[in-house]
Unconditional design. Structure first.
Length: 312
């Protein structure tokens, strides 16, 4: 079969502690291994929202206690989360393969995702990260470290960072080589480490790339056949939570775009997933995107039991 799948796995599905995460990734491994048995080549892109927040918070608290401890830049926090989440996924998958007598290898690629330093997102940071502060403390920290803070729903002031669009994957060649070797690859964790090009060199930047958009870009550049976005529900719905809610089974790109215009998908939830799926499909021929739950992933791929988005 030798079909290539890119699977976007949400960070919220991985638990809130390292021990919870180990159990969660072991459950995820079982679903993914079934697809490998059917001959699919797979790249996994995981989220890191809760995890990178905990890493950033730990350094912020340490810095507040002792100014000799550096507050960790967000790009480095993302790299740390890629490492330990990747390790947990890699270990769980490898052990699941071994228990089933399979010799498949798993590799984690610490991944840099290239963004445009002139992306309008850098002029209007929107992604909240870290602790809540009083207005006075937020202003002091902002002046000291150059952070941008906004008031967040009456809960205090919180730092916001940009969320630029991904334009390329630096390690795409490495990822292709690993796939050609038969490895399951874990890449672009947390949306990837954001970097931009200047003077022929790569420079990191404090930002958060949307995980689903990075996964869609990766699926595009490696020319995957199918892009799978895993979420909390088995299918996408319009009029979600209302009496006339309707689950979507198979829709075209034009239908998905119309639903977006009608405001059916929440900006911080389903909207970026649908947008990433549309962009992936439009970037190549014969592509399919699927949005479903982790538990339903195998049947979504093998039996079209999810929301299938296609060109027309």
């Amino acid at each position: 079969m030798d079909k290539q799948l890119v699977i976007a796995l949400g960070g919220n599905a991985l638990g809130n502690t390292p021990e919870e995460q180990k159990q969660s990734v072991l459950a995820a491994a079982g679903h993914i291994v079934n697809l490998v048995k059917d001959g699919y080549k797979i790249v996994i892109v995981h989220g890191n929202g809760p995890q990178v927040g905990m890493i950033n918070l730990a350094f912020e608290l340490a810095y507040q206690q002792n100014s000799k401890i550096s507050a960790m830049p967000f790009a480095e926090c993302c790299a740390m989360s890629q490492g330990y989440i990747g390790f947990h996924l890699q270990n769980a998958l490898q052990n699941t393969f071994l228990m089933q007598g399979m010799t498949t290898h798993v590799s984690t690629a610490i991944t840099q995702v290239i963004v445009d330093q002139n992306d309008p997102a850098f002029m209007q940071p929107t992604k909240p990260v870290g602790l809540f502060y009083s207005e006075v403390v937020a202003k002091a920290i902002g002046q000291e470290r150059g952070y941008t803070f906004v008031e967040d729903s009456g809960r205090g002031f919180r730092r916001v960072v940009p969320s630029p669009e991904p334009i390329d994957i630096k390690e795409k060649g490495t990822i292709r080589c690993l796939m050609d070797n038969g490895d399951i690859v874990i890449a672009c964790g947390g949306g990837g480490i954001p970097v931009y090009r200047e003077g022929g060199l790569l420079h990191s930047v404090d930002a958060v790339i949307d995980k689903d958009k990075a996964a869609g870009k990766l699926a595009d550049v490696i020319n995957a056949d199918t892009f799978i976005v895993l979420t909390a529900v088995p299918k996408v719905a319009i009029n979600f939570g209302k009496p006339d809610q309707k689950w979507l089974e198979r829709i075209t790109v034009s239908e998905a775009e119309r639903y977006i215009e009608e405001g059916h998908f929440a900006p911080g939830s389903m909207l970026p997933k649908v947008e990433a799926a549309i962009k992936f499909i439009k970037s190549g021929k014969g592509r399919t995107a699927i949005i479903t739950s982790l538990e339903n992933a195998y049947y979504a791929v093998t039996e079209n039991n999810g929301t299938i988005i296609c060109a027309e």
